[in-house]
Design a protein. Structure first.
Length: 248
């Protein structure tokens, strides 16, 4: 994951990484402590690791941040601060942006590949042509341009986009609350599912993910292979959409 820092920095993003195995995990303040106290031990470690990752991502773009409380499943940042958090297999990652209030921000880490059978929970029929015909395992590194996508890659792209689109205050009716990250594959959210997003290829191995109900709401996503898993992150609104039309 650390090798991705230059790639994200070139996109104006800071990367923060933390693990549940770090010694002496402590809440950064009373609000974090209260939230963590109500959680099972494993979830508490993930929660605190996510907060550490978010603070590290913000420091990477020159911003300090104290404790990060939550509202529902959403992290609540001080004014002028924002980050997206994801967890997988005991690792927490976060991305942050220094400038551009209202710009989309989302990431998703998936270190456990999803089976091909999970495609029906992620994709609709008009997206299945994007799937790679190869078996799910693959080599780490940037994905080959023009290659098909695995279920894990498409899931991660949509999950990162979901957070970005639902987390910018848009409140589109088909999107539920964007949480910090995947807590197990779910076929549906309270008011929608990942199938309410449509993914399509873009230049340079990127993809564009848009709301089916409002295709003008769209973001560009890059998915990078990490070991046998993937890391997806939102680069910004889809080209051709002005800030007022895209994501304020």
């Amino acid at each position: 994951m650390s090798a991705l820092r230059p790639l994200l920095a070139a996109a104006g993003l800071g990367l923060g990484i933390a693990t549940v195995r770090e010694p002496g995990p402590r809440p950064a303040g009373p609000a974090e402590a209260a939230a963590a106290a109500s959680m099972p031990a494993r979830r508490r470690l993930e929660f605190l690791a996510g907060r550490r990752a978010a603070r590290r991502a913000l420091r990477a773009v020159g911003l300090d941040c104290g404790e990060i409380p939550r509202s529902g499943r959403l992290p609540v940042f001080p004014p002028g601060r924002a980050a997206s958090i994801s967890h997988s297999a005991g690792i927490a990652v976060a991305v942050a942006r220094a400038a551009g209030p209202g710009l989309p921000l989302g990431c998703d880490l998936e270190l456990r590949p999803l089976p091909r059978a999970a495609a029906r929970l992620v994709l609709r029929e008009d997206e299945e042509e994007l799937l790679d015909d190869r078996d799910e395992p693959f080599h780490a590194g940037s994905r080959p341009t023009g290659a098909g996508w695995t279920v894990t890659e498409l899931f991660s792209a949509k999950e990162a986009a979901w957070k970005a689109l639902a987390g910018t205050g848009l409140g589109p009716p088909c999107l539920g609350e964007a949480g910090e990250g995947l807590q197990g594959l779910r076929p549906a959210r309270p008011t929608g599912s990942l199938r309410d997003l449509r993914v399509g290829p873009a230049e340079d191995g990127l993809c564009v993910v848009r709301l089916r109900a409002d295709p003008a709401r769209a973001v560009r996503v890059r998915v990078v292979r990490v070991g046998t898993g993937v890391f997806g992150y939102v680069l910004g609104p889809s080209p051709g959409l002005g800030p007022s039309a895209a994501l304020i």
